[in-house]
Design a protein. Structure first.
Length: 199
């Protein structure tokens, strides 16, 4: 269910791009992300930091795209999102000596501190990879090709979620199965995921 909620803004974005172009698709993406955020808030009664940042960036970069009629803003939004998240997590862990991932998710998962630290490093690496990948495609390929990348590129967050879930499950088992694994979901590469989701 949550995967479908994460995916529907990008699905609408791609569909409207094919039908009416990048600017209509951008407006639809903005509206869909607002609806998506409302649904998540209704389900969870709160929003995580990544969800708030994702919404803010979609709206800011969407407005810039529409007002300036420049598609580069919406194409580079995912890179800004991912790199920002990587910087925040890395600075919190290594400068402020705080693990934001553990703070956000420790009520759902009981893991040793060392595992939380490794998970955070993995997330930083994932965010940097996705930010660089989106930037490369946005800079070197046409908008049509970037849109296609947003579709098949969704395989990366899915693989990340699966791999992370396997890693977490192994350590939960080592701890005697005291908690059930609910692998945290990154924001979509275009989301992400929203969700840490979006084009």
């Amino acid at each position: 269910m949550r995967i479908l909620i994460d995916f529907f803004p990008i699905a609408l974005f791609v569909a409207f791009y094919k039908l009416q172009g990048i600017y209509t698709a951008t407006a639809v993406l903005m509206a869909a992300t607002v609806v998506q955020t409302g649904i998540i808030y209704a389900m969870d009664k709160r929003l995580q930091i990544m969800q708030k940042v994702t919404l803010a960036l979609v709206l800011v970069f969407g407005v810039l795209t529409l007002v300036l009629q420049d598609e580069r803003f919406i194409k580079w939004k995912p890179t800004v999102l991912y790199i920002s998240m990587a910087i925040v997590l890395a600075a919190a862990l290594w400068v402020w000596k705080k693990n934001f991932l553990q703070i956000l998710l420790s009520s759902q998962l009981q893991l040793p501190d060392a595992v939380w630290a490794r998970l955070t490093v993995i997330w930083v690496g994932y965010f940097l990879f996705m930010g660089a990948l989106n930037g490369y495609v946005a800079a070197n390929f046409t908008t049509d090709e970037w849109i296609n990348f947003k579709l098949w590129g969704y395989v990366f967050p899915v693989l990340f979620i699966v791999g992370q879930g396997l890693y977490i499950a192994r350590h939960l088992k080592d701890d005697g199965g005291a908690a059930q694994a609910n692998a945290p979901t990154p924001p979509e590469a275009n989301k992400p995921t929203d969700s840490v989701k979006a084009p």
